[in-house]
Write a protein that binds this ligand. Structure first.
Ligand code: HXC
Length: 520
């Protein structure tokens, strides 16, 4: 009887301890968090994880740091909730920093909890999702917090290409806190409530005498639009977490697996006559490449990555015939879809992510070239543009390319042409595959004739037309085998789907090496 009572008392003690852990940093801190339109760490986890599937690890961990009496302070979870649960029925490892506890700052115990969950994710081959809301290195813990970041960065890097890693920035992240997200595959930021910077406005003012607000320096919009550090911009925590769930649906658990195939929402062999009318034959007329994408993919569902950064190229995930694919497409609507430094970086990183995780690549081409001029040359267009060549050449996943209209010069090669390893190259009858556009070409190769002519305008026009007749079409390329087939636009969906079906078991042996050296 006494034993039963004792066991009950112990159970009660456990329940009390758990209840105290669930109180975060206290009612006032939770309220402050809610007033800022931010959720608590546990609310965020319950939005991410399928109902009831979350199991917490290390809830009882406390700091052992004696600096400034930290060990005597009540810091439940040491400011980070860690565990495992399912998203869309598949396991993920997750950690969520708790701003209500010393501003989510990262001390030794906090870091070791994150490390444990990272190790578990890596060893079990499941994605790792981080939800950050932190004042950075816990100042009181000095070297222990700095080393904590070192351990986390090390694991982020070692896990890269093995498991997908996502970071959601849901509050401030400063100093060390920004580099772990930067090492992960995707960064999702909230518009008004998140910031990322290596050092805040106060230090910027001190060092550079520059006045800048938190948001101007490192807000969600800045990092989505200008720096390219973030890939998604959400209005609030709910939207950010919903984006993470959607993103996870397109990726496999690890590099050895394939993304589960879903039932296609509409038939793949459906003809779509409206596709004949989207791409204007006039190479100078803009149109929206996303109109093509949404007509070709299942259920018009396209998850665009980096939507606000380098909009001259579009990248993102969709399904075709139920199979997840990564799409890279020149956007004729912005700067005629030219490839510049940012577009090259954006596409290359996306291609490498897809290749790491066995996601086939669909490339839609309408590109006038690499962007010329001093700004781009001095900005390193050669170095950045080379990344695209490298990323496509290195990728061993099935690669299908469709040339819709312009495919000129180096950019034709760079947008996954046959000899960068495309397995299937299709072209519309409107495709123009040439070293450059007709008027530019005529100005070079017929320059002397035009200059010496009595009627230079007429000669120029005639030569341009002659060049167009010869080169501004896909037939030369098809004769050489650089294009595998020229298709009626109405058949786009089933021809792409058929190509991916045929390539399903593609295996490519890579030359033996430690790793390559992409021009960073
Ligand atoms: C310890 C911290 C902390 C930190 C915040 N807190 N940051 N405690 N170490 N780094 C505590 C505060 O003292 C406060 O405690 C609580 O968290 C909430 O912070 P507030 O300042 O009241 O909140 P808010 O006004 O919302 O401002 C949030 C903030 C600000 C912008 C993040 O706290 C801030 O600027 N913190 C310092 C950021 C920073 O410089 N971190 C170090 C980066 S260096 P109480 O008890 O009052 O609630 C770094 C080096 C690593 O990370 C490099 C590795 C490569």
């Amino acid at each position: 009887m006494a034993e039963t009572t004792d066991a009950r008392t112990k159970l009660q003690q456990l329940q009390e301890r758990r209840a105290s852990i669930l109180r975060h940093g206290g009612e006032d801190k939770i309220e402050a968090q809610h007033t800022k339109n931010k959720k608590t760490a546990r609310e965020r986890i319950s939005l991410l994880i399928d109902g009831g599937s979350f199991v917490e690890y290390g809830a009882f961990v406390k700091t052992r740091s004696t600096y400034y009496g930290l060990d005597k302070a009540d810091l439940p979870t040491d400011g980070v909730v860690t565990g495992v649960g399912t998203v869309n029925g598949r396991h993920v490892a997750v950690y969520a920093q708790d701003f209500t506890i010393l501003g989510g700052s990262l001390g030794e115990a906090h870091a070791l909890k994150i490390v444990k969950i990272q190790d578990l994710a890596l060893q079990s081959g499941i994605p790792c999702v981080a939800m950050l809301d932190s004042g950075g290195a816990r100042i009181q813990e000095g070297i222990d917090s700095l080393d904590g970041y070192g351990r986390i960065f090390f694991r982020n890097s070692r896990s890269s290409g093995v498991i997908p890693q996502l970071s959601l920035i849901l509050g401030p992240t400063a100093g060390g806190a920004v580099y772990s997200p930067a090492l992960t595959d995707y960064v999702i930021m909230t518009r008004k409530t998140s910031t990322m910077y290596i050092t805040g406005p106060a230090v910027v003012k001190d060092v550079l005498s520059e006045e800048v607000s938190h948001e101007q320096l490192g807000g969600g919009l800045v990092h989505n639009q200008r720096s390219g550090v973030a890939h998604f911009l959400a209005n609030d925590d709910e939207e950010a977490i919903a984006t993470a769930r959607e993103l996870l649906s397109y990726v496999p658990q690890n590099f050895r697996e394939l993304t589960p195939k879903e039932q296609a929402s509409d038939p793949v062999d459906k003809e779509d006559l409206s596709l004949r009318d989207i791409v204007p034959a006039d190479a100078n007329k803009p149109y929206d490449m996303k109109d093509i994408i949404t007509k070709v993919v299942d259920g018009s569902q396209f998850l665009e990555v980096h939507r606000l950064f380098a909009p001259n190229i579009v990248v993102g995930f969709a399904r075709i015939g139920g199979r997840a694919v990564g799409i890279i497409a020149n956007q004729a609507k912005f700067m005629a879809g030219v490839l510049d430094t940012n577009a090259s970086d954006k596409a290359s990183r996306f291609i490498r992510f897809c290749d790491c995780f066995n996601i086939p690549l669909l490339t839609l081409v309408d590109v006038p070239g690499y962007m010329p001029g001093t700004a781009q040359e001095h900005g390193g267009i050669i170095r950045h543009g080379a990344k695209l060549l490298y990323a496509y050449s290195e990728a061993t996943v099935p690669k299908v390319t469709l040339i819709l209209r312009k495919a000129y010069g180096g950019a034709y090669i760079g947008m996954c042409s046959k000899y960068l390893g495309a397995d299937m190259v299709l072209a519309y009858p409107t495709a123009e595959i040439a070293v450059m556009g007709a008027s530019g070409a005529a100005e070079v190769i017929f320059a002397r004739e035009i200059k010496n002519a009595d009627n230079p305008d007429e000669v120029r026009a005639a030569r341009i037309q002659e060049y167009k007749d010869q080169f501004s079409n896909p037939y030369r390329a098809a004769e050489r085998g650089s294009v595998d087939d020229i298709i009626d636009p109405k058949d786009t969906r089933w021809r792409i789907s058929q190509a991916f079906d045929a390539l399903e078991n593609k295996r490519e042996i890579y030359p033996e090496k430690k790793h390559g050296n992409i021009p960073l």
